[in-house]
Structures are given as C-alpha cells and as structure tokens.
Design a protein around this ligand. Structure first.
Ligand code: AMP
Ligand code: FES
Ligand code: ZN
Ligand code: ZN
Length: 315
C-alpha cells in the first residue's frame, strides 16, 4: 500500500476514506482535518483560551498535542476521580494514579499548563465512595462520575476564565451515544449532541474537535507521535452499554466501511435541517443552583449538590 501524498510506504490505511498515508503525511493530515472541523463547526477562534479536559487516554492527550501544534492557546484540566481499581490496583498504581501520571508527564515534558482537581480532596469523597453512599447496592459509579465530571469541568472553565472547554470524544464515542439515544428516541438528548454546544446561562461552550475521527485513527496518531497514554479503560466500563453499542457499530463498520461516520454525519445534517427542532425553539432556560452557583435544569439545587448532600448525610 502506497501513501497517496508521496508514494512512500503507507502505515495507515483508512478504508472508510479510501486513503492510505505514510507516517509523515498521516501526522500532517490529522491536524489539518482538526483545523477544518474547528472552522466548520465554529468551535473557537485563534485568540480564544481553551481548556482541554485530559483523562490520560489517547484521545484527549492527542487532542491537546494537536491544538498546541496548531498554535492554539490550550491548557489542560485533569480530574482525579479516586478510582483505585485497574492496572495493578491501589492508591498509587490503580486507574486514577496511572492516568494522572500520564497526564502530568505529558504536560511537564512539553512545558504545558495543567490544572488538577482531586475530587476526594475537594469534596471529601472519591467517585466510587460517592456512588456507594448515594446509590446503595449499585457498584457502577459511572452516572455519579458523569455528573461530577460535567460539574467540575464547567466550574473550572468558568472560574478560570476559559472561553471554551474541549473534550477528546471521538467518532466511536459519539456514534455509540447517538445509537443509544436513537434507540429510545430521546429528543432532548438528541438535541443536545453535537460537535459544538454554545455556552449560555453560565454554561461554558463545549467542543469535541475529534468527533469525526475513528478511535483507531486516534490510536494510530498517538502511537506515531510517541504519546504515552494509559491503555486501560476505566475498570468500571467493562460490560457497559456504551461498549456493547460500540461493538455492534464495529460489526456494521466491518461489513460496510464508512457506515459509522455516515450515521453520525447524517444525524448532524438532520439536526441542522430542523428534523428534531423547530427553528423558533430555544434551548431550555437554566436556573442557578443556590449552593454552588452553577447552572442547572432544575429549580433548586443542581444534581451534583443534591448528590453531595445525600452522601454527607450518610456519613
Ligand atoms: P469518557 O467519558 O471517559 O469517554 O471521556 C470523554 C472525554 O472526557 C475525554 O476524552 C476527556 O476529554 C474527558 N475526560 C474523561 N475523564 C477525564 C478526567 N478524569 N479528567 C479530565 N477529563 C476527562
Ligand atoms: Fe468514571 Fe469510569 S466511572 S471514568
Ligand atoms: Zn507520504
Ligand atoms: Zn450546585
């Protein structure tokens, strides 16, 4: 297989794009595509301050690397979740400790600014502990984790004065979420899924510059760029519905290269053409949480503060 750009030996063959590239041209192609998507979906301008949420995985570290290569002003945010299961287990070598090491090593090696929030230090409980205290009998902390991450990412972006919050969600993530929301025709969720969600009422603008890249493409980018990342997924994701949907979509993709991308892109087209929303409909107005001051859909305390209150009443 030959590189389409130079005729040299291709190392990446993307059947869905009918494109094969050598290492050098692949490492050029990825940031060019990201720059194109940033413009197309009006994510941010050249002078805006970006906060990149970095988990230590290949996607978010590659995203940070790409934004810096493109000349953007991008700092990192790592949230310590206190997950001690995983790799070798334990407070020093479990999933959270390993992922934090990866992120800190990445930032230090490149002289980049990294903000770290340790949830246990900040609020007194790790994510698994919060989950046990608020959802007794359930040992899957993913929903507690999701609420906490959203809350803390928004809080940090706003408090530190960033214009926009960027996450490393890739096409496989986005297609799996879309698949789940489509199976149950979740109109509200369908409306809120997109590469760029404008900020309003105290909610930071959110962008996903990697949303059109296959997971495999990002793994190839990280590998070819020599980025060290944590290979393990969160130990609690094993057996999750989103992994099951990803597997189903991969089966479809293996028979029909490009099906996953088409599913997502056709959805974006339908979304802007008004299939799900009447043009005069506005995003739902938000309330302000009386405890933390963050925006919430509910009148009264936000989900995060209610959760914390419940956990604290248990201790
Ligand atoms: P996930 O929800 O684990 O699939 O991660 C999706 C995106 O959320 C990642 O690409 C990161 O941008 C961000 N993210 C996940 N976990 C963390 C974390 N512990 N700290 C900061 N950002 C995170
Ligand atoms: Fe949050 Fe797994 S439970 S990353
Ligand atoms: Zn080439
Ligand atoms: Zn609150």
């Amino acid at each position: 297989m030959k590189c389409r750009a130079c005729g040299g030996k291709a190392v990446v063959n993307m059947r869905q794009h009918k494109l094969a590239l050598c290492k050098e041209h692949y490492l050029e192609w990825v940031p060019e595509q990201v720059a194109r998507f940033i413009k197309k979906y009006r994510m941010f301008g050249p002078d805006e301050k970006i906060l990149v949420a970095v988990s230590g995985g290949k996607d978010s570290l590659s995203l940070w690397d790409i934004l810096i290569r493109l000349g953007y002003n991008a700092d990192g945010l790592y949230l310590g979740l206190g997950i001690n299961e995983g790799p070798d287990g334990g407070a020093d070598s479990g999933y959270s400790a390993e992922s934090r090491r990866m992120v800190e090593q990445f930032a230090l090696g490149r002289g980049l600014k990294l903000h770290v929030v340790d949830i246990q230090q900040e609020y007194g409980h790790s994510i698994p502990a919060l989950s046990l205290m608020t959802h007794r009998g359930q040992n899957r902390p993913c929903s507690v984790c999701g609420v906490t991450k959203r809350h803390e990412m928004n809080r940090m972006a706003r408090e530190l004065g960033y214009d926009v919050l960027a996450t490393g969600h890739n096409l496989d993530d986005e297609a799996a979420v879309l698949f789940g929301n489509t199976l149950s025709w979740q109109k509200d969720f369908l409306l809120r899924q997109g590469p760029m969600l404008p900020g309003h009422d105290g909610l930071a603008r959110k962008v996903k510059p990697l949303c059109r890249f296959y997971e495999k493409e990002m793994a190839a980018y990280a590998l070819l760029r020599g980025i060290d990342y944590i290979y393990e997924e969160c130990p609690y994701s094993v057996g999750s519905t989103s992994i099951y949907y990803k597997e189903l979509l991969n089966q479809l993709e293996s028979e029909r290269p490009g099906a996953k991308l088409a599913f997502y892109l056709k959805y974006l087209e339908a979304r802007v053409s008004g299939l799900f929303i009447q043009p005069e409909e506005q995003p739902q107005a938000l309330h302000t949480c009386p405890v933390c001051g963050q925006p919430t859909q509910y009148e009264g305390k936000c989900s995060f503060c209610r959760m914390l209150e419940k956990a604290n009443s248990e201790t």
